[in-house]
Design a protein around this ligand. Structure first.
Ligand SMILES: C[S@@+](CC[C@H](N)C(=O)[O-])C[C@H]1O[C@@H](n2cnc3c(N)ncnc32)[C@H](O)[C@@H]1O
Length: 242
């Protein structure tokens, strides 16, 4: 792995290990609870027809996306993968509190080298993970490899909005206020400074759509929320492979 990617991996893992205990609470505060709505929309966008699909959640964290999927897709089995043990420990506790939790399985591992079988999943989903990945090409390549032909990818993430005046107010809130909210409520200004920085410097959603296409996905679509501050990407692995 190139040194820059390895450095980012270590930095990201350390941050999530550190903020795990306050992660869910801060998410709700910073997004005014919209994060839960966007996760639901991402799962709906998959429009899975199989009544008992096998779904993979890459960068599962404290399990919010996996839990939402288990709740919305009543026959689904969900595998959640993350490299932060403290985040996954919280996910394990949360899944034990809900009846659908027995259909969720968490594994510790890297999304860039997932220890999972190729062509195995009906859907791969990921939420708020892309900005934390050094090698996005490899990330999408793995998602593609793990999907069965015809399987679907959905990704949800934050992007820097471009249109004035929303971009102006967003910059003030997300790049200036959020690190202070992190300092106040999670006693970790640096971690939330990283969060702001990762959004500010992230690629435009169109480039991500292009990368998904270049990986081999077809039917690539985008849906924007909150004037492009959050964007959902969809793609499908071709049924007949070239
Ligand atoms: C912002 S959190 C998102 C968690 C969850 N998906 C959600 O919707 O709340 C990003 C998660 O991705 C994980 N992550 C980042 N890079 C990863 C990698 N290369 N392999 C596995 N997990 C990774 C982090 O540990 C963290 O739990």
């Amino acid at each position: 792995m190139p040194l820059a990617y390895e450095h980012k991996r270590q930095q990201v893992q350390t941050i999530f290990d550190r903020i795990a205990a306050r992660y869910d609470f801060l998410n709700r505060v910073i997004s005014f609870h919209f994060d839960t709505l966007w996760r639901k929309k991402a799962i709906q966008a998959l429009a899975l027809s199989d009544p008992s699909p096998l779904v993979l959640d890459l960068g599962s964290g404290t399990g919010d996306l996996a839990l939402t999927a288990a709740n919305q897709l009543t026959g689904a089995r969900i595998v959640g993968l993350d490299f932060s043990l403290p985040m996954l420990q919280l996910a394990m506790k949360k899944k034990q509190r809900v009846p659908s939790g027995d259909r969720i399985f968490f594994i510790l591992g890297s999304a860039l080298a997932p220890p999972l079988k190729s062509d195995a999943f009906d859907a791969v989903m990921t939420a708020f993970v892309l900005r934390n990945i050094g090698d996005l090409k490899l990330f999408f390549h793995n998602a593609y490899r793990l999907l069965r032909p015809g399987g679907k990818l959905v990704s949800l993430d934050m992007f820097p909005p471009r249109r004035f005046p929303f971009s102006f107010f967003y910059s003030f809130y997300f790049y200036r206020a959020v690190p202070w909210i992190g300092a106040l409520l999670a006693q970790d200004r640096k971690a939330y400074q990283y969060l702001s920085h990762s959004v500010k410097t992230f690629d435009p959603p169109e480039s991500i759509a292009e990368l998904i296409r270049e990986t081999g996905f077809q039917e690539v679509k985008m849906e924007k929320f909150l004037r492009g501050a959050v964007c959902l990407h969809l793609g499908e692995k071709p049924r007949t492979l070239p």
